[in-house]
Design a protein. Structure first.
Length: 303
């Protein structure tokens, strides 16, 4: 797999870090895939799936979200779906221009399912969508994580910080965006799914502590979609790495969903996966060094 690092600018002038991964044989005739990161994830968090997709012929673009962890502008304390949508928009527009395609396949993990479904429904530039533990009811997910429904609170009454998956986050940007957009509600997901005329599959754990599989089934039912596209996977909770055997099956199923074909998708070896993790940490440092010209600062930010 060959990886190219570059930055794109959003309409508001913010910097989004992007990696383009191409198949090892250099053949770029396969599908073009854009991957959106889950909460608390960097580009390298999806390295194994990226490697699988590239090995099976896809050209993959992944990016770090704004106001998040990783190489893009902002800090995760200011996280909001609006800023994730802004980054996603800039990346997909760039990908379509660079690759000369009208539509891309899209893979979203966890909370990034919310903006990906809305974006695809509004722009009509997705030809296939795979959701990994995809959140469909953002409000309910926040209640599960925080034990409190903050979305209807007045901004002045909110706590200064809340803990989401071990990250300290200011809840005000999230609550403020609900005053102008409806993405955090189950009804918004139903509307987006109803507007889409492309395959959408959500791979969900039955005992997910962030996503209620009943909500996913309800969203697909209300939008007239096939219940077979709600795929139950044997992962434990919302963390993908707790069960390596189940994770392997999940990655295989997602690859098959994005790249249909006969036979089993190619799977990278254990040695390749171990080598990938080390090389992508170095790739982060190189990306930041080229942008900032400061190796020490790059090494600190890439940890």
């Amino acid at each position: 797999m060959s990886t190219e690092c570059f930055d794109v600018r959003t309409k508001n002038g913010r910097t989004v870090a992007v990696w383009r991964d191409s198949p090892p044989d250099g053949d770029t005739g396969g599908p073009v895939v854009v991957m959106a990161p889950g909460f608390g994830q960097r580009m390298r968090s999806s390295g194994v799936l990226t490697l699988m997709l590239a090995y099976n012929g896809a050209t993959v673009y992944r990016f770090d979200a704004l106001d998040h962890v990783g190489l893009s502008d902002g800090e995760i304390v200011d996280y909001s779906v609006t800023q994730l949508m802004e980054a996603l928009t800039a990346v997909v527009d760039t990908v379509r221009e660079r690759e000369g395609v009208d539509a891309v396949s899209m893979v979203a993990t966890s909370l990034s399912a919310l903006p990906v479904l809305q974006f695809a429904a509004e722009r009509g530039c997705a030809d296939n969508i795979a959701l990994m533990l995809g959140v469909v009811n953002g409000r309910q997910t926040l209640v599960k994580v925080l034990d409190t429904d903050y979305l209807d609170w007045e901004l002045d009454d909110l706590p200064e910080r809340v803990q989401i998956d071990k990250h300290s986050v200011d809840p005000r940007p999230i609550v403020a965006e609900t005053r102008s957009v409806n993405w955090w509600e189950l009804s918004a997901t139903v509307d987006a799914l109803s507007a889409l005329d492309v395959p959408v599959r959500n791979f969900v754990a039955a005992d997910d502590d962030w996503v209620d599989i009943a909500d996913v089934r309800l969203a697909f039912e209300k939008s007239g979609r096939d219940q077979d596209d709600v795929v139950e996977v044997a992962v434990s909770g919302h963390a993908l790495l707790r069960n390596p055997v189940a994770l392997k099956k999940l990655l295989t199923d997602v690859t098959r969903s994005v790249i249909p074909g006969e036979g089993e998708p190619l799977m990278p070896s254990f040695e390749e996966i171990v080598a990938l993790r080390g090389s992508e940490r170095e790739l982060e440092r190189e990306h930041l060094t080229r942008r900032t010209g400061a190796p020490e600062k790059a090494a600190e930010q890439a940890r």
